[in-house]
Design a protein around this ligand. Structure first.
Ligand code: 23J
Ligand code: MN
Length: 259
């Protein structure tokens, strides 16, 4: 049975009946990183240095060293990232079971709401209205919030900073609790720089997506792209961070299989 299922998948990949959608942003020196208040340590963005480039340092090979914060670009939030998840089992990148790195996706389209209001917050009412149309969110699913924010290729428009901080969409605290405890999601994924709304430092609790998701052993995916190419249900997401020992997160390639 398993063999026949995967043989069918191989056929579908070859014919194009199942497509691979890349949910990843390019990773480079221009990749925007979260801009925290100056009292907190800043996360360094991506930089690289040549080791050799077919030259006397390595006549037949080209390679670079890279330096970056774990939470740069399209990246994974592990439970240990937040203090609420610090004591949980299997909370670091090297201990998360591989079976949790592949899962189905529910994609909620909030693009109209986010265009009208940069501070739009997803609520459990909005999620339940989506469920009335598309079915109940199954345990172990990714909840992906489509905002089309990834189309903001200009850094300032993407971070949308004002004097009072960033203005980007996210989740209402009650919605995060609903997704974690009433729907048992695998985690939440967003197109913005982090899973929390730009103004989430002022919420109760502060940064609820991090506080509650990581605190309940759930994951986060940030800076996703191409969510507009996913169906509301039915896609399978492969989100596999680097296996960094004690790692709190890592940039990664996120792929979706879409039939
Ligand atoms: C640290 C503090 C606040 C936030 C974040 C990190 C992230 O968004 C992140 O990348 O995990 S909001
Ligand atoms: Mn992060």
């Amino acid at each position: 049975m398993t063999v026949s299922l995967l043989t069918q998948l191989a056929d579908a990949l070859r014919s194009g009946a199942v497509k691979v959608v890349d949910l990843t942003q390019p990773l480079g020196p221009d990749t925007p990183v979260i801009d925290l208040p100056p009292i907190f340590a800043a996360s360094p963005g991506f930089s690289s240095e040549e080791i050799s480039h077919y030259d006397d340092r390595g006549p037949a090979w080209y390679w670079n060293t890279i330096r970056l914060g774990e939470h740069t670009g399209t990246h994974f939030d592990a439970p240990v990232h937040w203090v609420t998840g610090a004591q949980l089992p299997e909370n670091t990148l090297d201990t998360i079971p591989a079976s949790k790195l592949v899962g189905p996706a529910c994609v909620i389209d909030c693009s109209r709401e986010a265009a009208a209001n940069a501070d739009f917050l997803l609520t459990s009412d909005f999620v339940q209205a989506w469920e009335a149309e598309h079915g109940r969110i199954q345990p172990g699913s990714w909840l992906l919030m489509r905002t089309d924010w990834s189309k903001r290729t200009d850094r300032d428009a993407f971070l949308n900073m004002r004097e009072d901080g960033s203005h980007t969409p996210g989740f209402a605290p009650e919605c995060v609790r609903f997704l974690a405890f009433e729907r048992q999601v695998l985690g939440v994924g967003v197109e913005c720089v982090g899973t929390d709304a730009g103004q989430a430092a002022t919420f109760d609790p502060p940064f609820p997506a991090h506080n509650i998701m990581q605190g309940s052993g759930r994951f986060g995916l940030a800076s996703l792209a191409n969510l507009d190419q996913l169906p509301p249900t039915g896609a399978i997401v492969v989100a596999a961070p680097l296996k960094i020992v004690n790692g709190s997160g890592s940039p990664m390639r996120v792929l979706a299989l879409v039939g």
